[in-house]
Ligand binder design. Sequence first.
Ligand SMILES: [Zn+2]
Ligand SMILES: [Zn+2]
Length: 373
Amino acid sequence: MVEDKAVHMDSSYSLVLWLVYYLCLLQKQHYIPNVAVAALLQFLSVFFGVIAQISPQISGISRYFPRTLQQLEKLMGTQPEGRVRYVYCEKCSSIFSYNDCILKIGSEVQSKVCKYRFSNGSQSCNGALLKCVERPNKSKVFYPLKIYCYTPLYNYISVLVKRPGFCDLCDHWKGENKDTDALKDVYDEKVWSNFLTYDGGPFLLGAYTYALMLNIDWFKPCKHTEYSVGAVYLTIMNLPRRIRFRQENAVLIGLIPGPKEPKRDVNTVLGPLVEELLKFWDGVKMTIFSDSASVLVRCVLLCVAFDIPASRKVCGFLGHSAILGCSKCLKKFPGPVGQRDYSGFDRTQWPKRTLAEHRKNIYSIRKSSTITG
Ligand SMILES: [Zn+2]
Ligand SMILES: [Zn+2]
């Protein structure tokens, strides 16, 4: 009897897969928008639920059938699983693992406060991290006040390389002729040619090496509310431009909670990604679609693409209303905040910033313990 039920559930799962594959095919062929598919999924899930009550034999279909687009993507295996939830400090935008926020004194459990030290003095942030909820049985549970949701880069890349044709599409640029000096795509740029080889061996010219572009932007998820959520996402530049920016090829690494953009930098939020990029620079083993043996996959962050406020927060520059408000040169804009003097368009008097100088400044800031070093 138990065996019969298991076989029945397996056949239900196959039927659901058949149906959702057809729905996806239909959406692709007829350019059906996501909202329409979401509405159809919602209706069909209710419909199968009602049918299952009349005829319990199809309860398996009702159980497996996706109710939302997210569940559909999970069923199809097109989206990675395994998100990591960090506790997020709203006051200073630092992130912590949950266990680091718990303080145990004997049998008493308390929430720690944020210990981030601001660079403008020795004061700690002291922002609240967890809230205590008392259960009916009088036991206490601590929940994060804000969560930074991070999907590891490994999870995304391992799903993408298993997709049929993905690795071949990423090699398309290797067969293109560069017969003019026209800058038609990123492959014609210096930033790409600089990474074709590295340390005497092929890098981007090698197999399974992917160049990434980072973008961070804030958006309002709901109309008529002042609540901004930050999306941290990567684009795989090896892909042809016609499909590079499609939703299914975007690597949504993290979601920064609101209600406002962080006032200072987003360095701690980028920490987990930096850790992973360091590993991917040396190469990470994973299996791909066309080969059952694991291969070495490498990734490099080649460039960043932001609007001006986000670029300053991510790349270590001051905001555009600062005295040194330009990220390209060291032209000074004197005057108090809000009344800066932006005159003086003699470009020869605008000394350009250099990468070496920027790196030197960042290293000296990292080493210093106070604002004056
Ligand atoms: Zn804090
Ligand atoms: Zn400038």
